[in-house]
Design a protein around this ligand. Structure first.
Ligand code: MLT
Ligand code: ZN
Length: 467
């Protein structure tokens, strides 16, 4: 798409600057490096420049300019993505939504918040809280990821078990399509049976169909007071039993797991140990505990788990600070693994399919990764596992990735047989592209390509991502 010869693109960039004199454009090497990458760190950033539009009209003008000059655009939020969806490594113009980060309005009757796409998840959550309500999508990157990026990947996180994914909370979205046309999708309506829901097509489309510029977020009541518990378990089978037990007895807000290997890394990164001894699996769970009967139910569930031999030990937070410390054990994992250049899996299965899948996959990974450290953690209550493989320091990046990709092909085959998905919440981007066919049928992919053509006829939006 983008011309390999930088000279015409430099001339096109000068033309953009002349066309939009107030547009902020950066071309310093350090900026190209910073804005050309996400958290994957696998590709060398090499964008043409970074553009920071301040208004929807500027986004439209940039997209029209890209069409005229045949220049690829990479829409960019907080770049906390883990699949390479926001990587610009081939002379693309990065279209950063960073300056479009305001709350545009709150509607008390509709209980909705309208925001620009560049606002961080945390700022949107705080704005909701200031009105006595919550925006319940939540995960560790809240302080840096943007709502636009959350929509582009249909982000999940740690509260999906109670509240669902981002998709459930988008009442309306404004998107600039690949031809520069502004689409106002669903207009905040609760009911709208008027044909195809284009809003849902754009959610999870990874910036390939349009650039999200505004969103109307649905808000809800804060949950009742909760308790946070850490559990230590002997094995994976116990994990599934404890999940079934706790889900049946308590109103769960979160149910997250990690292994002893994850714990070792997160403790080395500054988190505080809360349970002594060596245990293979851990769970951080949060549940409604407004009154004594709910707290008694939690203790009864815990005791039953102990009596059955599924729970080896536990700790319950007695204060907000202790709750935060228990959460840190789970939420700090990604950061603690980052120095080891992890190869990340983000797989999804129906919960009912998990036990058979897990048995097969534990054997496969044990066989295929005998020399690598493999870290299991994730949102087990949603059927979403993050299996991270750590790079041994002495192994070259390319060799490590080649070996991991070989195993991922096998993993994708097992997933396909068990009806799972190669990406639960991180998106396909560049990282998972080779495995899309194991998750989506040829007919589905052909339809997706057709939709791409309709929304973005000249292919300027995030080309090379997804497929
Ligand atoms: C998380 O849930 O912590 C992230 O989505 C997983 C990861 O870093 O692989
Ligand atoms: Zn996750």
């Amino acid at each position: 798409m983008t011309s390999p010869d930088p000279a015409p693109n430099a001339a096109a960039l000068a033309e953009l600057a002349a066309r939009l004199p107030s547009l902020r454009l950066l071309t310093e090497p350090s900026d190209l490096e910073h804005y050309g990458r996400d958290w994957t760190r696998r590709w060398t950033p090499a964008p043409l420049a970074i553009a920071f539009p301040a208004a929807v009209e500027e986004v439209q003008a940039i997209i029209r300019w890209a069409n005229e000059h045949g220049i690829a655009l990479v829409p960019s939020g907080g770049r906390t993505g883990l699949s390479g969806g926001a990587v610009a490594a081939h002379g693309e113009l990065v279209l950063s939504l960073e300056r479009m980060n305001r709350v545009l309005g709150f509607d008390a009757i509709d209980r909705s918040l309208t925001v620009q796409a560049g606002i961080t998840l945390q700022a949107a959550q705080e704005a909701a809280r200031n009105h006595g309500l919550i925006y319940p999508v939540d995960f560790a990157a809240r302080g840096s990821c943007s709502i636009g990026g959350n929509i582009a990947t249909n982000a999940g996180g740690i509260r999906v078990i109670r509240y669902g994914n981002t998709r459930e909370w988008i009442a309306g979205v404004k998107v600039v399509a690949g031809n520069g046309e502004l689409l106002e999708l669903n207009r905040g309506l609760i009911k709208n049976s008027s044909g195809y829901d284009l809003r849902h097509l754009t959610i999870g489309s990874e910036g390939t169909l349009g650039v999200v510029v505004e969103a109307t977020l649905r808000l809800t009541d804060p949950p009742p007071p909760s308790q946070v518990m850490l559990l230590a378990l002997p094995d994976m089978a116990a994990l599934m039993q404890v999940f079934a037990l706790f889900r049946a007895r308590l109103k769960l807000q979160a149910f997250e797991f990690f292994t002893d290997v994850a714990l070792r890394h997160v403790l080395a990164h500054g988190a505080q140990r809360a349970i002594d001894g060596d245990h293979s699996f851990y769970v951080v769970t949060e549940f409604d505990a407004a009154d004594e009967s709910a707290q008694d139910a939690a203790l009864a569930a815990f005791e039953q788990g102990v009596n059955e031999g599924w729970i080896a030990d536990g700790a319950i937070a007695q204060s907000e600070a202790q709750a935060a410390a228990l959460w840190r054990l789970r939420e700090g994992i990604t950061e603690s693994l980052a120095p080891h250049k992890p190869y990340k899996n983000d797989i999804s299965l129906r919960i009912g399919a998990l036990p058979a899948f897990l048995e097969e996959i534990q054997a496969l990974l044990g066989r295929e990764y005998p020399h690598f450290e493999v870290v299991w953690f994730g949102h087990i209550g949603d059927g979403n596992l993050h299996i991270n493989v750590l790079k041994p320091a002495e192994l070259a990046d390319a060799d490590f990735i080649a070996q991991c990709e070989h195993v991922t092909r096998l993993l994708a085959g097992v997933l396909q047989r068990h009806g799972g998905s190669i990406s639960a919440e991180h998106g396909i981007g560049l990282v998972k592209k080779p495995y899309l066919e194991g998750t989506r049928s040829a007919a589905e992919i052909a339809l997706m390509r057709g939709l791409k053509q309709v929304f973005d006829p000249r292919g300027v939006l995030n080309p090379g991502k997804l497929f």
